[in-house]
Ligand binder design. Structure first.
Ligand SMILES: NC(=O)C1=CN([C@@H]2O[C@H](COP(=O)(O)OP(=O)(O)OC[C@H]3O[C@@H](n4cnc5c(N)ncnc54)[C@H](O)[C@@H]3O)[C@@H](O)[C@H]2O)[C@@H](O)CC1
Length: 485
């Protein structure tokens, strides 16, 4: 498990770190950054370094790291971009032989433009965890001024990103970020993770706070969470999943739901739907049974058009929502919920579906860009309103439990971009539904399903395009591989 901590808790943990003289943590942070920078420069045979220096302690880290690199004989230009700069850090950089330039507003001087264009490595120390989201107006041009060949190494976080990882903003995009002691939300959350690049954590001796704000499952977490059957298990004890999905128009969604659940090792699947998908399923997934019966969880809504749905499907879906069984709602099924349920509930929208649901529930005044700008915040509003866990699909998938649960957000980024293909969400719904039926909580079921779904996509065709049905067929082998690590 990778854990990230809220910024206030990080500050508190840093303040509680005693036994060091003043500035010791900064020296350790700077030494860690300098070591990583030196290694990357050696790998590429580079030696020209530009240090971007903001007005806070993050700029101080970058200046001390720049001083170390200059002392090692690298050519270092420190560009001061804030209203002030860390004094002793600046002194150290100057004494080590760094050239100091200023770009405090307006357009940069020619020497700054040339240094950025020619740099082998840019050390980004404009903002750290005290930064507000966004780049100051004069720095908006910065990302374009950095040469294409430069390796961008961010100190603690890429400048301009929201430290809490909630808001999308103008930011530096790093090839690598060196952070201290443990990850911060910015490194794991959907709108900010893409700017982070490779994440390297340097231990500077700060103790981990007690409660994480964001978690991420790794492959090593799967064996402890995956429902492995024992000798006394049978199909019922392993969990029966009821699926209400598809219709005469959308016949593929049930195929992918059911195939995914069966391949992932559910005890049994019962499908409820009209003639067409039922006939297809009878011939293509012979393990599936049909019609109502006892189940341990429901997955409802993939390819279900509520306006034109079959009456029997709607009746059973509504009864499921009123029952005390765990329910997963996907796609059209999201139109069926207006109020909180007493049983575990997992919603699996993509961004457009989340916006539609949030607007229907009137959780805020939301413009068309609201989910793109602040995905986890909107998911949280819906989670709180419905007392449900919201799994928001994307390149970084966020599984957001209601605030009252006190549980951390989980984010997963395991799949290749090839996974953004029709039917992929139907596979995820079947897989997560199978895990709910096996008794996992919505948070565990959603995050574990997101992990396995992503890894299976890569396993199915490493480095290339993948069709959703191949991901569904791959699930069992991927689970076996991860169980046997
Ligand atoms: N506190 C500690 O014990 C340690 C702190 N460290 C470093 O200190 C950083 C935090 O330092 P600070 O609290 O000074 O925070 P920052 O370095 O993020 O600086 C905050 C200041 O930057 C300016 N600023 C804010 N938003 C901006 C924006 N969008 N664009 C430009 N300037 C902006 C403001 O003047 C603000 O006061 C960490 O990220 C880490 O790099 C490390 O040295 C390790 C130890």
């Amino acid at each position: 498990m990778i854990r990230a901590y809220a910024i206030d808790d990080v500050r508190e943990a840093e303040a509680a770190t005693d036994g060091f003289g003043e500035g010791e943590l900064m020296q350790r942070a700077a030494a860690g950054v300098a070591a990583v920078a030196a290694a990357r420069l050696d790998e590429q045979g580079g030696e020209r370094v530009v240090v971007l220096v903001g007005s806070g302690d993050n700029g101080g880290d970058a200046l001390y790291a720049g001083a170390e690199l200059a002392n090692d004989g690298r050519s270092v230009v420190a560009v001061l971009v804030g209203s002030s700069a860390h004094e002793s850090g600046l002194e150290a950089a100057r004494s080590a032989g760094a050239v100091v330039a200023e770009w405090r507003d307006g357009v940069p001087a020619g020497e700054v433009v040339a240094a950025l264009a020619d740099a082998d490595l840019v050390l980004d120390g404009v903002t750290g965890i005290g930064g507000r989201p966004g780049l100051r107006p004069h720095l908006l041009a910065l990302p374009d001024l950095i040469g294409d060949d430069a390796y961008v190494l961010a100190v603690d976080l890429p400048s301009g990103t929201d430290p809490a990882g909630l808001q999308r903003s103008d930011a530096v995009y790093a090839d690598e970020t060196v952070t201290f002691s443990f990850a911060k939300p910015v490194h794991l959350m959907p709108p900010t993770e893409p700017a982070t690049g490779l994440l390297t954590v340097v231990d500077i001796g700060v103790a981990e706070p007690a409660v994480p704000a964001v978690e991420r499952l790794t492959h090593a977490d799967l064996p402890a969470l995956w429902p492995v059957p024992g000798p006394d298990d049978d199909k019922y004890s392993r969990g029966v999943l009821g699926i209400v999905s598809g219709g005469e128009r959308y016949t593929g969604a049930p195929l992918m739901n059911v195939t995914a659940a069966v391949t992932a090792g559910v005890g049994m699947v019962r499908y409820v739907g009209p003639r067409q998908p039922t006939d297809l399923l009878r011939s293509l997934v012979p393990e599936c049974v049909f019609g109502e019966g006892r189940v341990q969880a429901w997955a409802i809504g993939s390819g279900l058009d509520v306006e034109h749905a079959d009456d029997e499907q709607l009746r059973i879906a509504r009864e499921a929502l009123e029952s005390d069984l765990p329910v997963l709602l996907d796609a059209g099924g999201l139109d069926l919920i207006d109020e909180s349920r007493s049983a575990p509930t997992l919603l699996t929208p993509h961004a457009g579906e989340l916006l539609r649901l949030a607007r229907r529930l009137e959780v805020g005044d939301l413009d068309d860009d609201a989910v793109r700008r602040a995905p986890v915040s909107i998911a949280r509003l819906v989670a709180d309103r419905l007392d449900a866990t919201v799994l928001l699909k994307g390149a970084v998938t966020a599984v957001v439990p209601p605030s009252a649960s006190g549980l951390p957000v989980r984010t997963q980024a395991d799949g290749p971009s090839w996974l953004s293909t029709a039917g992929s969400g139907d596979v995820l719904a079947g897989l997560a539904g199978a895990l709910l039926a096996a008794g996992l909580s919505p948070l565990d079921a959603g995050s574990l399903a997101a992990l396995v779904h992503g890894v299976a996509a890569d396993d199915a065709n490493p480095g290339g395009p993948v069709r959703a049905m191949d991901v569904a067929h791959q699930l069992g082998r991927t689970v076996a591989r991860l169980l046997s690590r």
